[in-house]
Every structure is written in structure tokens, then in C-alpha cells.
Design a binder for this molecule. Structure first.
Ligand code: HEC
Length: 462
């Protein structure tokens, strides 16, 4: 009914105004609307996507104006001067420039000059726990307060309170190449009584001269500085020839179920939206690898799959307040996400995304779709989130309940204030410390962070 009425009035207005069209000022559309209409199909739904572009023709206002006005028709960028007025083109250029300014917030000129950092409501000091890692991927603190630290290079270390580093012998052989290697390490919730330690890593095999890789999960015990009673409880199938997007965080929930993430192995068109494989998924199993009968796809050939449509999830943690599992994943250029993982849900990659391709070409023109989950928050530009934890200790009154996310790309720790499962505020802390690989709570109630280049682990002391 309403549509008909509108249609009618448009007809009336249309016929009345035909004569005066030329003399009446044409109402200008807001730049966002022009963008959606003419640009989004190729450049992504969000103007912010331009932020993460590798600029080819320059990103000053004048250069952007020239690009839009004349285009590069032979390269697939249409000429717009016949379609869009000069004024609207200028507004589009302003809109893009405005969004670019948003990146400035991540440009930190100075390296920290001391180990003291000021945050809103709190001052923290960093104590060095251990150094000399390639990439300190995983971190767990034992009940005796020693640390277990996995290095992507393939080595597992025990570090005592005097910073002595001891190599744990006999850990599985890993494919340490590209993004692969020895990845996460966590303790069984009843570690004190059963001694189980869980690790994720890049497993490999050779087939007809080709090296094939997968994400695998193993559990074992540490006795006399050696890895013993090793049991592989999972390997992601199928193997691929790629060396990236292993995913690979581990987290136990309050019921003692083991959750872990597997990346889509760089094959977004093949794996994440299909349920005939383990890649681009979050998985759930019992601590010994058995499949819970109420897993959403328990009767399928990939029964550990718990959710799908994931890209490269390098953050996974239990929300100690709600009991839910929270996840972060890397988007492409832009579109890194925070998700709350729910059974059987599709998180959309690559059908929906807030990011664009590394070459600046779109992946998808849509960021929302019926039947696919929206992230609870996303980042444009990409901060490259790795490691994720809730601060649940009274040692940090101003941070208690906050979600901490490490930024590999911009070298800082991202503090998210959460209310009703929403990110209501963010702050950059430990600014410019280094490529932030991991952030974890220790059993001693302290927060720990790990950086790459150089590979170090720090205690964040209030
Ligand atoms: C049909 C697809 C398509 C549409 C629609 C399109 N573009 Fe482009 N655009 C491209 C391609 C492809 C390039 C890269 C050309 C090259 O490789 O040099 C590009 C390049 C650009 C550049 C230069 C980027 C650089 O790296 O220097 C700007 C600015 C730009 N587009 C803005 C727009 C705006 C604004 C609109 C909407 C009015 C738009 N484009 C619509 C495909 C498109």
C-alpha cells in the first residue's frame, strides 16, 4: 500500500516538474550514498576499505580527484566525469581523504623510552620474563609459577622465575615455514592432577615430492624436561600445499571442552563455506579428542566442527563472566573481527566481509547476509590481532573485565571495554612495544604479553 502511494506521488511530481527540471537546483546526494551507488561494487561496501589500499596513483586529494575524474579505463577503473558532477567527485575525494586520516592514529613515532606505560586509570610497568625467541606464540603458566612458552621455530621452553630457559626435549617435529611452526600451548583445566599439556602446530608430510601441511593438535606431559606420553588428538583435513592461515589457538571452556581454531589455509573459495573439510572452522572436542554427541555436525565426516566461515582465527579465549568462547580473526585488507562463537553458526567468510583484497580488489560487495553472523566488532584498517584474553584479576582494577587483543601490525596492545557483549570503548596501551603476538593471563593473576622481532615475553605489572 505504502509503495503504491509513493509510486503515485513520484509520478505526479515527475509530470509536474518535467518542465522546471533544468532550472531547479538538483539536490546533491551525500557522498556516502554516491559511493555506495557507484564505487562499492568494486572497492568494497565501506569507504574505509580505501584506508588499507596500496596506493598506485597517489592518495593526496588532488591525485584522488584525478583518479576518479579520468579513471584508468584500461585497468578497470571507469572514467566518472560524465556520470558524476565535479562537485560530487570532490565530495567523494574528501570522504576518502577523511577516512585516510583515521589511520594516523596508528602511526606511533617513538619507541618506548622506559618500561613504564600510562593507561587510562592505571600505570603499568613491564618486567622481562624471557628473551631470545623467534616468535613466542603460546604461553601458559604452571601451578609452580614456571612458564611454558612455545616458539614458532619449533621449540618448547620451560622458564623459571629466575628467567632460566630450558628446552623441552622430544616435542613433535613441526613445519616451521611461512606462518607455520609450533603454535599455541595451554594446560588442561585439571593440569595439577593430570599433567596434560596441549599444543597446536603445523604438521607436514610429503606426497610425490610435494610438501603438504595441516594444523594438528597434540597432548602430552612434561617429565624431566621431556615431552612424553604424546597423543595426537586432531589433524585438519585435507592437507594443503600452502604455508599460511593455520589459525591455531586453543581454549578450554568451563565444562572442560577443548575449543581450537583452524584457518582456511589461504583457500577461501574452497574451504570456509563448505562443511566437507576442517579448514576455516572452530572445533570442539572432549579433552581426549572424543566428539561430544551434541556437536552441531556430530554425525558428519568432520564431527569436531563447531562453527564455520572463519578466515584466520589467531585469538580464542574463554569469557570468564559469560562462559562463552570469544574469537578474533585476521581479515584481508581491513575487516579483522571479534566474534562470539556459537554452535553451528556461519561467520560468513568470504561471502561477507568488511575487508578488501590485498591487491585492492573487492572480495565481496556485501558485509551482511541473512544466516551469517555479524562480528561484534571489526577493525578497518586491519590491526592483525593475535592473542586474546579477558582480564579477570583484581590486580588491574581499571582493566578488570576488559578484553585484551594484541596487534601484530601496529605494535600495541588493544584494550576493549566490553558491555553486554559489545565493545563500547577501546584504548591503545603498550604503544609501539613491538609486534604483539600473544596476550594471556597467568595463574598468578598477572597479565603477560609476547612480542616478535625481538621475541620477548613480559609481565605487565600494575
Ligand atoms: C568497475 C570497477 C570499479 C568501479 C565501479 C570503481 N572503481 Fe575505482 N578503481 C578500480 C580499479 C580496478 C582501480 C585500480 C586501477 C589500477 O590498477 O591502476 C581503481 C582505482 C581507483 C583509485 C586510485 C587508487 C590508487 O591506487 O591510486 C581511486 C581513488 C578510485 N578507484 C576511486 C573510485 C571511486 C571514488 C569510485 C566510485 C565513483 C570508483 N573508484 C569506482 C575499479 C573500479
Amino acid at each position: 500500500m505504502q509503495k503504491k502511494l509513493i509510486g503515485l506521488s513520484v509520478l505526479l511530481v515527475g509530470s509536474l516538474s518535467v518542465m522546471s527540471l533544468r532550472t531547479q537546483p538538483v539536490e546533491e546526494a551525500p557522498a556516502e550514498k554516491t559511493y555506495t551507488q557507484y564505487c562499492a561494487s568494486c572497492h568494497g561496501e565501506k569507504v574505509e576499505a580505501f584506508v588499507d589500499r596500496q596506493w598506485k596513483h597517489g592518495n593526496s586529494k588532488a591525485q584522488i580527484l584525478a583518479s576518479i575524474t579520468n579513471g584508468y579505463p584500461e585497468l578497470g577503473m571507469p572514467t566518472w566525469k560524465e556520470t558524476i558532477s565535479a562537485k560530487e567527485i570532490e565530495k567523494l575525494a574528501d570522504l576518502i581523504v577523511e577516512n585516510l586520516a583515521g589511520v594516523e592514529q596508528y602511526k606511533f613515532a617513538n619507541k618506548p623510552t622506559s618500561n613504564v606505560f600510562q593507561s587510562e586509570g592505571m600505570r603499568v610497568e613491564l618486567d622481562t620474563i624471557a628473551t631470545g625467541f623467534d616468535s613466542p606464540w603460546g604461553f601458559a603458566q604452571l601451578p609452580n609459577l614456571e612458564y611454558l612458552i612455545s616458539d614458532r621455530s619449533g621449540k618448547l621452553y620451560l622458564v623459571d622465575q629466575k628467567k632460566n630457559k630450558t628446552l623441552v626435549a622430544g616435542t613433535p617435529q613441526v613445519m616451521s615455514k611461512g606462518q607455520g611452526g609450533l603454535l599455541d600451548v595451554v594446560l588442561h583445566p585439571q593440569y595439577a592432577s593430570n599433567g596434560w599439556v596441549y599444543m597446536s602446530y603445523s604438521k607436514f608430510k610429503t606426497d610425490g615430492g610435494k610438501t603438504l601441511t595441516s594444523t594438528a593438535i597434540v597432548r602430552g606431559k612434561i617429565k624431566n624436561n621431556a615431552w612424553v606420553e604424546s597423543q595426537e588428538i586432531f589433524e585438519a583435513l585435507p592437507y594443503t600445499q600452502t604455508f599460511h592461515h593455520f589459525g591455531s589457538r586453543l581454549a578450554f571452556d568451563k565444562k572442560g571442552m577443548l575449543f581450537f581454531s583452524v584457518g582456511e589455509r589461504g583457500m577461501e573459495k574452497v574451504f570456509p563455506q563448505a562443511l566437507d573439510n576442517d579448514n576455516g572452522k572452530i572445533h570442539r572436542m572432549y579433552d581426549d579428542g572424543r566428539i561430544p554427541a551434541d556437536n552441531p555436525f556430530a554425525k558428519s565426516a568432520h564431527p569436531s566442527v563447531y562453527s564455520y566461515g572463519q578466515r584466520n582465527p589467531q585469538g580464542l579465549t574463554l569469557n570468564p563472566t559469560t562462559g562463552a568462547i570469544w574469537e578474533t580473526e585476521h581479515g584481508p585488507r581491513g575487516g579483522d573481527e571479534i566474534n562470539i562463537i556459537q554452535a553451528g553458526k556461519n561467520y560468513g567468510w568470504p561471502t561477507i566481509t568488511y575487508g578488501i583484497n590485498y591487491d585492492g580488489k573487492p572480495i565481496s560487495a556485501i558485509s551482511k547476509k541473512e544466516g551469517m553472523e555479524q562480528p561484534i566488532s571489526y577493525w578497518i584498517p586491519s590491526i592483525a590481532p593475535s592473542g586474546l584474553t579477558f582480564v579477570d584479576s583484581d590486580k588491574y582494577p581499571a582493566w578488570k573485565g576488559n578484553l585484551m587483543v594484541g596487534s601484530l601490525r601496529f605494535n600495541y596492545l588493544n584494550r576493549c571495554v566490553i558491555k553486554n557483549n559489545k565493545v563500547v570503548k577501546q584504548e591503545k596501551v603498550l604503544v609501539n612495544l613491538g609486534r604483539m603476538r600473544n596476550v594471556k593471563m597467568g595463574v598468578d593473576g598477572y597479565l603477560y604479553v609476547a612480542t616478535e622481532n625481538p621475541g620477548m615475553v613480559f609481565r605487565v605489572r600494575p
